[in-house]
Design a protein. Structure first.
Length: 788
């Protein structure tokens, strides 16, 4: 419904839930995903991939494949070495050398699924048949697929030309004197926590359609990407083209989740083929390729410690971890937020975090929804429960006692992250109330008649959304900025076209952007049309990741809408013979505020500006505004989840009976979209917490469950019931007070469910220290066995 407050006498559009602009085309099957792009004379690419985790490529002979009817073009490693630069990284690991990684493996492949040869043919079927005719000789090399084993001195080294170990880089950060605090502490809890390797698994796999017009020197690349302007930059660099010669278009994107950040080998290959052939070339990733050739996510081993006094007050916290980046540093590789918010919502002055970014012979790890935050939340929240048990304190009270308070904020954590505003304890108390924590404590641990034990567990968190300034990024070597950008252009039908480089990947930015423009400008939500993801029409922006879109874009949308509105009012005032200050925009008209019968249709105002006919003498023609906005800092979302489980102590079988999430995403632009984003994140969070895990066989180095049959993604029917509650504390560092909401759901499920299971089984001494939480893992813990 409409909000009570109004903007200049009009009902606000921000804060309401109009029907999504995206729905009509998506529900009718009219979306335009990369595979829907089918230019005339298009050819199809297939890719031969290394079947070994680590192998020297000693011989490539493509002559038999080239002779197959329908085969048009083949690229070998030597072609790629001659015609391209190595792939670039958008967000390097500070201190890491550049790894020589080309679109096709050069000499040595470092992971199963790495592209080795690509073939273009009249159909995908013919191209795949041609792959069978390739004569490629591999000499398997010793491999390492375990992140800790990869750091051992005897481990095979993946990139010996630039590194003499598999430690890509070690980064540390912190403040105070944590070791002194540990020495004087009454209690120390510590543990090793293992986070599973998972993958984002967007419904739309990767894909690219490349078309080269040699006369025009124009490469048009349709791609499924979160960052079309960065794709354009990376492709130009890699293909040695001028940026002006590349146009990237991301129309509908069927899920990004961090995986679709930056250029991947297949993008470069399709372009090279298209340039050589002067015909469009298309590649659509199949699911088997996706499991091995795209990116995986997470996978880290954390040694965490908390020191506390006898009242439970935290004195120090440390997080030393090895994170597995796979065989190559992909564009957004190592999830840096495992360090930035390692202390979560707790007031820690003395703290230390150290990240060891480690290469293994596995599929590269990329960004994934949450970007390091689910990992550390599992570790520090499991330790908070251990600390409560050691001190015989109520885990809710222990959390409340240590949380950064509303009065502390803004507050700087040991890594320099400045938490902006909020009331963390209120979310914790609301969650405890909603799951009847007091009643649970009073009932004790009596089993239910069926023998099952009931437990409740909490996970409190902060989530960094958006990020700091371009100046900060430059110090860390990132090649993108912190701003968002938009162009607004009035049209003669009386509407406003908005052009943005933020691609539309399920986060409903077309809807939310139109709401902000309508709200600020004063016109109707229906009158605003958002055109997304085309570098030819949108101003140079940053892109859709880090839950940052609205944080940054709202400022650009507001500034552009204000500029456009001011000119609209000046022209309308002249047409109405009134003063500009007395004119307001309301729906489809501009009118005199004091006398709404004196009105002019916006279409007439816009037409005057566009044609230059009927303009005030001093006014330039045109009605268009481009604005850029860089937020001053990140905004920290926060909340607490509470899970209730019932566990069978004989078998480890368990059920998540309730899951409450109390969350603050700051000012809500569209309540329905926010709820959808939070629920979507929770679905991926539950998958990673309860069932998803990419497993490698240590002997063969092969991915053993790389298919939808073997990798257990939850369906809607598998998900626990979720109850959502919100608080709405505006952030002081963002336009309108918004915080990001896209990634929050991935953070607390693992910790909350594990804490609930351990609460239920407290009398059995079960301590879960790894994800995913499976009946088998619980049964093993109950039986005192190491988990399989
Ligand atoms: S993991 Mo997100 O797209 O920053």
């Amino acid at each position: 419904g409409a909000r009570a407050d109004e903007a200049g006498g009009r009902p606000r559009v921000i804060g309401t839930s109009p029907l999504r602009k995206e729905d009509d085309r998506l529900l009718r099957g009219d979306g335009r995903f990369t595979d829907d792009v089918e230019p005339a004379r298009v050819l199809y690419m297939a890719v031969a991939r290394c079947p070994y985790p680590h192998a020297r490529i000693t011989h490539v002979d493509a002559s038999a494949a080239a002779a197959l009817a329908g085969v048009e073009h083949i690229l070998t490693p030597a072609d790629v070495r001659r015609d391209t630069e190595a792939l670039t990284v958008l967000r390097p690991v500070p201190g890491a050398p550049t790894l020589p990684y080309y679109a096709l493996a050069q000499d040595v492949a470092t992971h199963e699924g790495q592209p080795v040869v690509s073939v273009v043919a009249s159909s995908r079927h013919v191209a795949e048949d041609a792959l069978e005719l390739l004569d490629i000789t591999y000499e398997p090399l010793p491999h390492v697929v375990d992140v800790l084993a990869a750091l051992e001195p005897d481990a095979p080294v993946l990139h010996p030309s630039v590194l003499d170990s598999n430690l890509l880089a070690a980064n540390s950060d912190g403040s105070g004197d944590p070791e002194a605090r540990f020495a004087e502490a009454d209690v120390v809890v510590e543990g090793r926590f293992r986070i599973n390797r998972v993958t984002a698994l967007p419904m739309e796999t990767r894909g690219v359609v490349a078309e080269w017009r040699p006369g025009a020197r124009e490469l048009t690349v349709h791609c499924s990407s979160q960052v079309p302007h960065l794709i354009r930059k990376q492709l130009a660099e890699t293909l040695r083209l001028d940026e002006s010669e590349v146009r990237a278009v991301a129309s509908d994107v069927g899920g990004g989740f961090g995986q679709k950040l930056g250029v991947f080998p297949e993008d470069v290959l399709a372009c090279l083929h298209a340039i050589a052939l002067r015909r469009p070339v298309k590649w659509s990733e199949d699911r088997a390729e996706h499991f091995r050739g795209s990116t995986h996510a997470r996978e880290s081993v954390h040694d965490y410690r908390i020191a506390a006094d006898s009242t439970g007050r935290i004195l120090a916290m440390t997080n030393v971890y090895a994170t597995d980046i796979g065989g190559w540093n992909s564009p957004f590789g190592s999830a840096q937020l495992s360090s930035v918010v390692f202390n979560g919502p707790y007031k820690v002055d003395d703290g230390y975090t150290e990240r060891r970014v480690t290469l293994t012979n596995k599929t590269p790890v990329g960004a994934y929804r949450g970007y390091g935050q689910p990992e550390v939340n599992f570790a520090y929240e499991r330790l908070m429960d251990r600390l409560a048990r050691r001190l015989d304190l109520d885990p809710v009270e222990l959390r409340a006692r240590n949380m950064v308070t509303a009065a502390d904020l803004p507050w700087r954590n040991p890594t320099g992250a400045v938490y902006d505003s909020g009331d963390y304890e209120r979310c914790l108390r609301m969650a405890a109330e909603a799951v009847d924590w007091a009643g649970h404590r009073a009932r004790g641990r009596t089993p239910r008649p069926d023998g099952r034990l009931v437990g409740i567990g909490f996970a409190s968190f902060v989530e960094r959304t958006g990020y700091a300034s371009a100046r900060f990024l430059a110090r860390r070597g990132s090649v993108f900025g912190a701003h968002e950008s938009v162009t607004l252009r009035a049209n003669r039908s009386g509407g406003i076209d908005a052009y943005t480089g933020v691609s539309t990947m399920g986060q409903s930015s077309e809807t939310a952007f139109a709401q902000v423009v309508a709200d600020v400008f004063g016109t109707g939500y229906e009158a605003v049309r958002v055109h997304a993801g085309d570098t030819a029409s949108s101003p140079l922006n940053t892109g859709a990741f880090a839950s940052r879109t609205m944080i940054a874009a709202a400022g650009a949308l507001r500034a552009a809408a204000e500029e456009l509105a001011a000119k609209t009012r000046r022209i309308a005032a002249w047409q109405l013979d009134a003063a500009a200050d007395d004119v307001e925009i309301a729906g489809s008209v501009a009118r005199v505020r004091a006398d709404s019968t004196r009105a002019v249709p916006l279409a007439r105002v816009y037409t005057a500006a566009i044609t230059g006919q009927g303009l005030p003498p001093e006014e330039e023609p045109g009605l268009e505004a481009t604005a850029h906005f860089e937020p001053s800092d990140a905004a920290y979302s926060f909340g607490t989840a509470a899970a209730q489980v019932a566990v069978d102590p004989e078998t480890g079988e368990f059920e998540v009976e309730r899951f409450v999430l109390v969350h603050d995403g700051g000012t809500v632009v569209n309540p329905t979209i926010v709820e959808g984003q939070v629920r979507g994140g929770l679905a991926q969070g539950f998958g990673a917490a309860l069932s998803e895990e990419l497993r490698y066989d240590a002997d063969t180095g092969q991915l053993v469950n790389g298919s939808m049959v073997d990798y257990f993604v939850p369906t809607a029917a598998d998900l626990p019931p979720v109850e959502l509650l919100h608080t709405e504390v505006p952030s002081p560092v963002t336009p309108f007070g918004v915080r990001g909401v896209g990634e929050v759901g991935t953070i607390p499920p693992g910790a909350a469910v594990a804490n609930a299971v351990c609460d239920a089984l407290a009398d059995h001494g079960v301590e879960l220290t790894a994800l995913p939480i499976t009946p088998e893992a619980i049964w093993s813990a109950l039986a005192g066995r190491p988990a399989a």
